[in-house]
Design a protein around this ligand. Structure first.
Ligand SMILES: O=C(O)c1cc(=O)[nH]c(=O)n1[C@@H]1O[C@H](COP(=O)(O)O)[C@@H](O)[C@H]1O
Length: 245
């Protein structure tokens, strides 16, 4: 029987927001017993490039390649084609690029992965960044209404465009589930254990709260990677998740 710790591990994605492939690979070595997937985002990818991703895949590491593609449909489609060749497990685009852009990415990635006999990654959209709060949304960006309404709308568009799910804050899980159903993947950053610092994250929840709301995956970066003892921090988060599973 799979134990709760293993189930919790499958949900945890550690964000490798570091500057070098050496540091990233060192963290993976330390954290492999605790995380189901590792996220390579802009900070690391712009330094280490696709070679690091290829190497991690050869080592059997599950990789979420978080480059948040956002451009006209043709440009995103062509960029997504290159990313599909890396054989990652999850990639993302911005929902605000619109349905045609999202559809272009999904179509190209699936076709390319199939042509190369690679497993097809989950293709998800980023809704409203977890660093945006209601005040910034209304007063700085000048968008009326509640963030939850915008995220629900983006999630529905994402589903209609044929993607697998969304990145959203844990605050929006309930409304996304209602709108898009059980199979639709919800990936939540903005995870802050009670003992950690929120920093630039605004729409946050603890790991236990996010799992109770129904998150499929939790993305956690600095509470683990900037801790004095990253494996201990990861273990503590898994224990918290396992308790509510
Ligand atoms: O797409 C993402 O992963 C993402 C979307 C979002 O709305 N908010 C967000 O924080 N992220 C990413 O999730 C990670 C969160 O890291 P920490 O804030 O350090 O836990 C970072 O790598 C962000 O790039």
């Amino acid at each position: 029987m799979v134990n709760k710790f293993e189930l919790a591990k499958e949900r945890l994605i550690v964000a490798l927001d570091v500057d070098t492939d050496c540091r990233a690979e060192d963290l993976i070595k330390q954290l492999a017993p605790y995380a189901g997937m590792f996220k390579v985002g802009m900070q690391l990818f712009y330094q280490a490039g696709p070679d690091l991703v290829r190497r991690l895949k050869q080592q059997g590491v599950k990789v979420f390649l978080d480059l948040k593609l956002h451009d006209i449909p043709n440009t995103v489609g062509q960029a997504a084609r290159a990313l599909a060749e890396l054989g990652t497990d999850m990639i993302n685009v911005h929902a605000s690029g619109g349905p045609e852009m999202m559809r272009a990415a999904a179509t190209v990635v699936r076709e390319r992965a199939a042509a190369l006999n690679l497993s097809v990654p989950l293709i998800i959209s980023v809704t409203m960044l977890t660093s945006i709060d209601q005040h910034t949304f209304n007063h700085d960006l000048g968008i009326p209404g509640a963030i939850q309404e915008m995220v629900t709308r983006q999630a529905k568009l994402t589903k209609e465009a044929g993607l697998d799910g969304v990145v959203a804050s844990p605050n929006e899980i309930t409304v996304i589930r209602e709108a898009c159903g059980k199979e639709f993947k919800i990936v939540t950053p903005g995870i802050r254990p009670a003992w950690s610092v929120a920093g630039d994250q605004k729409r946050i929840m603890t790991p236990a709260q996010a799992v109770r709301q129904g998150a499929d995956y939790l993305v956690v970066g600095r509470p683990i990677t900037a801790a004095t003892d990253p494996p201990q921090a990861a273990h503590q988060i898994l224990a918290e998740i396992a308790e509510v599973l």
